[in-house]
Design a protein around this ligand. Structure first.
Ligand SMILES: Cc1cc2nc3c(=O)[nH]c(=O)nc-3n(C[C@H](O)[C@H](O)[C@H](O)COP(=O)(O)OP(=O)(O)OC[C@H]3O[C@@H](n4cnc5c(N)ncnc54)[C@H](O)[C@@H]3O)c2cc1C
Length: 437
């Protein structure tokens, strides 16, 4: 007996599964992704904040499997799935598998306000990261040549919506970039006056962390000069800013880090979904009623042994990819599948240079030790030696020089739809006084 395994999505879950199945006898793997690169999303904000280059955190998928005979990589977008037939429709072509694995991740959720997406890009892809970088750096350039004080202030005011790890990282990095890295580069605009608002609808930032970590993160943000607004959602986003409670914030740049929902592929499957939209899966990671169809990572919903839903985090996706490989091999050898148990190693978020919060084994720590742990873990989990070295070298250089080497405004305007599709709007839209639309 042999199996043809189809994996849709070469993110953390899909790539780990394919790597675990590499070289396995009697298993042929087809790994499909709509991008030609695997993206290390936890460092995406560093690309957005000009600390790293896109190629430092994006790895060509084909290169990873160049010498692996039983893994075929296909560049293509899956737009439909027939789970009863274990088929996917990639670029108009139906492909059938013995075992089908869906690991397409998540996209941004604008909570029913999709019109806000072009106004406030989220951070999920390289295109979005370079667009955010373009908007932030362009705002400083506009402030420099602006003659009107009020207008200049608006260019130097930034709103970040969502106080999760990504929002906290972005808010801290913008303030740090303005007041440390760039402060001497501009003659007209006083970048020390840069205001950053972090808007969190809940009652604390980093809600998934221990309250002590949230408090510590808020303290670090305030020390950096970020204004944290809690307890009210952002409303009425426009090119001129947004509203929070009864306050109107006149800001030219707004970034979105508020919510995620699973890939829209879940909508073309008749499956049971959690209220978050994620596909409910069995303990062996299969889709209920479809023992040969599996769903992993951010797309899937599974509870841990204490009944809590597993978080949308890289370690969950990695461990599920590894576990499924064992179960697929067990199927082939006629052994029983084993239930998945998540081993929670903890979580961490960085707020700026030498500032971070981390928690592991029920203990929380912060400051330089947490930041060093953050650096170590992220370098460790990056794929390929080349990327580990490049990232580490740039961080060491940045740490001692206070510099950010990737300060390039290279992109024109893009418009985002549904967190996934992007459309190039062309240079004719570059005017409009550079208001960030
Ligand atoms: C900015 C940011 C920061 C983060 N920071 C952290 C962190 O510090 N720590 C942490 O643990 N987690 C972090 N996460 C979350 C973590 O990255 C995700 O939980 C993890 O990537 C989920 O893995 P996945 O395999 O389910 O999906 P992903 O890694 O998102 O991969 C999905 C893949 O599917 C592909 N795909 C999607 N749709 C299709 C389609 N229709 N056809 C073909 N291919 C498709 C995509 O191109 C992508 O390659 C962060 C996420 C973001 C966005």
């Amino acid at each position: 007996m042999s199996y043809k395994v189809g994996i849709v999505g070469a993110g953390f879950a899909g790539i780990t599964l394919a790597q675990e199945l590499a070289g396995a006898s009697r298993i042929e793997v087809e790994l499909i992704d709509r991008r030609n690169h695997h993206l290390f999303q936890p460092l995406l904000y560093q690309v957005a904040m000009a600390g790293l280059n896109p190629s430092d955190i994006a790895i060509p998928i084909r290169k990873l499997f160049a010498k692996v005979k039983n893994v075929q990589v296909l560049l293509g977008e899956v737009k439909d799935v027939n789970i009863s037939k274990k088929q996917v429709c990639m670029d108009g072509q139906w492909r059938r598998y013995d075992k089908l694995v869906l690991a397409c991740g998540a996209k941004h959720d604008y909570f029913g306000n999709s019109q806000w997406e072009p106004l406030a890009p989220g951070l999920k892809t390289i295109e979005q990261a370079t667009e955010i970088r373009r908007r932030v750096l362009t705002a400083f350039e506009m402030a420099e040549k602006c003659e009107d004080d009020k207008e200049r202030e608006a260019y130097l005011r930034f709103c970040v919506v969502g106080g999760g790890p990504t929002g906290v990282e972005l808010a801290g990095a913008i303030r740090e970039m303005a007041t440390v890295t760039l402060k001497e580069d501009y003659k007209q605009a006083d970048l020390s006056k840069t205001e950053v608002f972090l808007i969190e609808a809940g009652d604390r930032v980093l809600a998934s962390f221990h309250p002590n970590s949230s408090k510590q993160a808020e303290k670090s943000l305030e020390e950096l000069g970020v204004t944290v607004l809690k307890g009210e959602p952002a409303r009425n986003l426009s090119v001129d800013g947004l509203e929070v409670g009864n306050q109107k914030i006149d800001a030219r740049t707004t970034l979105w880090a508020a919510g995620v929902k699973p890939s829209s592929l879940v909508n073309c499957m008749q499956v049971s979904q959690h209220s978050s939209g994620r596909v409910k899966i069995e303990k062996d990671l299969s889709v209920p009623g479809h023992p040969d169809v599996f769903c992993l990572g951010d797309m899937a919903y599974l509870e841990n042994d204490t009944g809590e839903g597993l978080p949308g985090m890289a370690p969950v996706a990695l461990q599920q990819g590894k576990h499924l490989a064992k179960n697929l091999k067990a199927d082939l050898e006629g052994r029983d599948r084993q239930p998945f148990h998540y081993f929670d190693k903890g979580q961490m978020a960085t707020i700026g240079r030498s500032r971070a919060v981390a928690e592991t084994a029920g203990r929380q720590f912060s400051g330089l030790p947490a930041w060093l742990a953050w650096v170590f873990i992220h370098v460790l989990y990056l794929l390929r030696f080349r990327n580990k070295m490049f990232v580490l070298m740039q961080w060491i250089w940045g740490y001692f020089s206070f510099g950010r080497g990737a300060r390039l405004i290279v992109q024109k305007k893009w418009r985002f739809y549904g967190g996934e599709d992007i459309q190039y709007l062309g240079s004719e839209n570059e005017s409009n006084n550079e208001k960030q639309a």
